[in-house]
Design a protein around this ligand. Structure first.
Ligand SMILES: Cc1ncc(COP(=O)(O)O)c(C=O)c1O
Length: 390
């Protein structure tokens, strides 16, 4: 079978080579520890699970087994609006919130909702790969905006070429950021909104990590900027905030026209999330401020352990204020090659980290450790990294 162009245009999967090497090492009997994936190890909080069980068994709900899109749970959109009101002081109209089957799905579909084939869209590099993949599936073209250490990994709006500003229809932002762990303040989002107005670009802010924050830091929403809903949407996910990656639920908020366009794509492709999951997600959002501190306390402790160990062994990295990752430069001996370092770490220590190049050209020179592994596993992996003296 001849693959369609859209699949051929996908960037080579940079982790495929590493995955092959991991399989080979396991075959040789190496007990490989993977620190590569951002998928919470801790369980979903009990009240959320209880609400799921209640809803899925609720015989009075005659729609409980039916298509979640045709029988949406009004409580979820309301809980999302209430949450944005309480958490960010942002007031959202009914047409400004749309539940999603998690952010990944919605991010990919959003490109189809707002871009024509040949359109130009801006995505950060390093960045979450799905922004570009959505563009490819929509036949659009990605311009990468580099996230540089000297700019604290923030997009430098002034450095975006004039022609790109003129042509771009859409721009992705993501703070707190995966993979760099960078955070943005409200002033950055004000500049983003001004950029969007000046160049008639729609901003899609991926807010997957706003609730994974530490040491009293509170991440803002782009929708806090006056008039942001005229030019921006924000994707919120319950996955990392509330240990709910497998549940596939989140929402998008902000610009009503863009949300209506995404709704049209979704209505034609998916059938929504099971109603019981929607009830449980509403419960999770209504209790978010109560539930997230315990979740974040676990990550903060792991973060401290990773940063402390790396810094005792030649690194010099600050403690991230947010996300569930640590982003660190590869040691000088590897001359900036994140793949060479990741391979050496696998061969010498049996530990898998994510090479920065996997997140795009500008991720080269760094690697990412995920904090979503049990303390003893992380401890063992760190011990091996130290012993390998790389
Ligand atoms: C930056 C970013 N956005 C979106 C997602 C997708 O999250 P989900 O589809 O589980 O909501 C992830 C997951 O790793 C992510 O890192």
């Amino acid at each position: 079978m001849e693959l369609p162009d859209r699949l051929k245009k996908l960037p080579p999967y940079l982790f495929a080579d590493l995955r092959r090497k991991v399989a080979a090492a396991r075959e040789r009997g190496v007990q490989v520890i993977t620190l590569g994936i951002g998928d919470p190890d801790r369980p979903t909080p009990d009240p959320v699970v209880d609400e799921l069980c209640r809803a899925v068994r609720d015989e009075a709900d005659l729609h409980r087994h039916r298509y979640g899109c045709d029988q949406p749970v009004a409580q979820l959109a309301r809980a999302a609006r209430d949450f944005y009101g309480r958490r960010f002081g942002v007031s959202l109209g009914e047409d400004q919130v749309l539940p999603t089957m998690g952010s990944k799905d919605a991010i990919a579909k959003f490109a189809m909702a707002v871009l024509n084939p040949g359109d130009l869209a801006i995505a950060p590099s390093p960045g979450y790969p799905t922004y570009n993949i959505g563009h490819v599936f929509a036949g659009a073209v990605t311009h990468y905006a580099p996230l540089l250490r000297e700019n604290r990994f923030l997009v430098d709006f002034e450095a975006i070429p004039r022609e790109v500003c003129r042509l771009a229809k859409l721009m992705w932002l993501n703070y707190p950021n995966n993979p760099t762990t960078a955070v943005a303040d409200l002033e950055f989002f004000e500049r983003a909104v001004a950029f969007a107005r000046r160049h008639d670009v729609l901003i899609a802010h991926d807010n997957a990590y706003s609730e994974n924050t530490y040491d009293g830091y509170e991440a803002p929403s782009i929708l806090q900027v006056e008039g942001a809903d005229e030019v921006a949407v924000e994707f919120f996910s319950l996955s990392k905030a509330l240990n709910m990656t497998g549940w596939r639920v989140g929402f998008v908020a902000g610009n009503a026209e863009a949300i209506a366009a995404l709704r049209t794509v979704k209505e034609n492709i998916d059938n929504g999330t099971l109603r019981a999951v929607q009830f449980a997600a509403a419960k999770a959002l209504s209790m978010a401020e109560e539930l997230t501190p315990a979740i974040n306390a676990v990550y903060a402790q792991r973060r401290d352990m990773v940063v402390h160990t790396l810094n005792e062994n030649g690194w010099s990295i600050g403690k991230p204020k947010a996300t569930i990752y640590v982003w660190a430069p590869v040691p000088a001996a590897y001359e900036g090659s994140s793949a060479a370092f990741a391979t050496a770490l696998l061969e010498e220590a049996g530990v898998v980290v994510t090479p920065g190049l996997g997140y795009g050209q500008w991720g080269e020179g760094y690697f990412r450790i995920s904090l979503t592994y049990p303390d003893d596993v992380l401890e063992e992996a760190l011990g091996r990294i130290v012993e390998a003296r790389l």
